[in-house]
Write a protein that binds this ligand. Structure first.
Ligand code: IDP
Ligand code: MG
Length: 139
């Protein structure tokens, strides 16, 4: 895949409550192009490996339980400066601190159930993309 990309997840709470459509609209309106997308229910092992940097933090166990509680939508998103621009579009981790108009401000219900994931660095975007999408599944 050429150009900048980031990796995103629509989290279980948002999928469960029918927010995937509106979130995808905001992503497209934010100038991102969907390069790969799949619905998946993560196993405990996958979720623990995905969030390994948070292992040992007080919220880790609860985060894993939440992330495997239902299907999620994983995707690769293309755009210039994708990682940074997507973090702007989703807003702060804690929705009470997220700016108006961001995805998390609009759809998060708590710090944990904050509707979406977005890679925090270009290096992590590559790592997370490889986690779910072989090259052949990217457009
Ligand atoms: P990020 O998703 O904005 O990059 P991280 O600090 O990487 O935030 O945390 C990963 C995820 O763990 C968050 O999106 C959120 O779902 C959850 N999380 C982070 N901090 C807390 C907390 O203090 N309480 C509960 N859940 C948290
Ligand atoms: Mg993070």
């Amino acid at each position: 895949m050429t150009g900048d990309f980031t990796f995103s997840i629509i989290k279980p709470n948002a999928v469960r409550t029918g927010k995937a459509g509106p979130i995808l609209s905001m992503i497209n309106e934010g100038g991102f192009e969907i390069s790969a997308m799949r619905m998946v229910r993560m196993t405990q092992q996958q979720a623990e490996s995905f969030y390994v940097v948070h292992k040992g933090k007080p919220f880790f166990e609860s985060l894993i339980e939440f992330m495997i509680s239902g299907p999620v939508i994983v995707m690769l998103l293309k755009r210039e400066n994708a990682v940074e621009e997507f973090r702007k579009l989703i807003g702060a981790t804690d929705p009470s601190k997220a700016e108006q108009g961001t995805i998390r401000k609009t759809f998060a219900v708590s710090v944990q159930m904050n509707a979406v994931h977005g890679s925090d660095t270009v290096e992590n975007a590559h790592r997370e993309a490889n986690f779910f999408f072989p090259e052949k599944d990217r457009f």
